[in-house]
Design a binder for this molecule. Structure first.
Ligand SMILES: CC(C)(COP(=O)(O)OP(=O)(O)OC[C@H]1O[C@@H](n2cnc3c(N)ncnc32)[C@H](O)[C@@H]1OP(=O)(O)O)[C@@H](O)C(=O)NCCC(=O)NCCS
Length: 197
């Protein structure tokens, strides 16, 4: 399998990032874990500034500090996915969103990329001292639920959402335990070269 890495967004990726979001519109797919990029398609520099603010923000009911990464395939430097990792949770994120949001572009799905994306996100959680990662998803989103389960996610509860008219599942991943148990599988799939530390 191609090696993947998490890359901090930079100007160099501007056109690729716009293409990434446009591919979701083209395939009429849900967008997730992109740090609001779809609101900045005509202001990429503004988005890079927003990510800086996100990184430095202080936890409040309105905001939470977060990191956003591109998931980049080493062989052709293509953005194949994205992840947004919340470094602390307010009540709103505890209710919906959790620590990690993610996506894989429609033309690169079902290749196991999101499992690597989540493994890399768990490494980021570990770096930031998050021990129990909370994640949630629509029960019908099998690709997301199975990703969480594959990385050791334990189902905590299921709740019907009156607004979205669907059942949401809440998973918890013990970060250190998951990394320890899965490192033999995923360390071989990630590039050691990283631009964040
Ligand atoms: C959910 C998503 C990230 C999955 O990405 P992906 O790269 O296709 O996932 P992977 O290939 O790593 O597969 C992970 C697991 O889910 C399974 N899977 C993936 N898509 C699936 C689908 N549509 N139906 C059933 N199973 C699916 C895979 O078989 C794999 O299971 P396994 O471990 O038993 O083999 C992708 O579909 C996506 O970006 N969706 C839109 C955004 C989104 O919903 N984000 C999550 C919000 S909670």
């Amino acid at each position: 399998m191609d090696k993947l890495k998490h890359v901090i967004p930079t100007k160099e990726y501007e056109q690729q990032a716009i293409d990434y979001i446009n591919e979701f519109y083209e395939y009429n797919s849900k967008i997730n874990g992109v740090g609001g990029l779809y609101r900045f398609l005509d202001n990429y520099d503004g988005w890079l500034e927003k990510l800086e603010d996100d990184r430095k923000s202080i936890l409040s009911e309105e905001r939470a500090p977060s990191e956003t990464y591109f998931l980049v395939r080493e062989s052709d430097n293509r953005i194949v996915g994205m992840a947004n990792i919340r470094l602390a949770l307010n009540d709103r994120l505890k209710k919906r969103g959790g620590h990690i949001a993610y996506s894989i572009r429609p033309t690169e799905r079902r290749k196991g990329y999101n499992k690597v994306n989540l493994y890399l996100a768990l490494l980021c959680c570990q770096e930031h001292g998050i021990e129990q990662a909370l994640l949630d998803c629509n029960k019908e989103n099998l690709g997301s639920a199975k990703t969480m389960q594959a990385l050791g996610g334990k189902l905590q509860k299921e709740c019907y959402d009156d607004n979205e008219h669907c059942v949401f599942q809440y998973y918890v991943i013990d970060v250190n335990d998951s990394i320890e148990k899965n490192k033999d599988i995923y360390e071989a799939m990630i590039s050691k070269e990283k631009n964040h530390s």
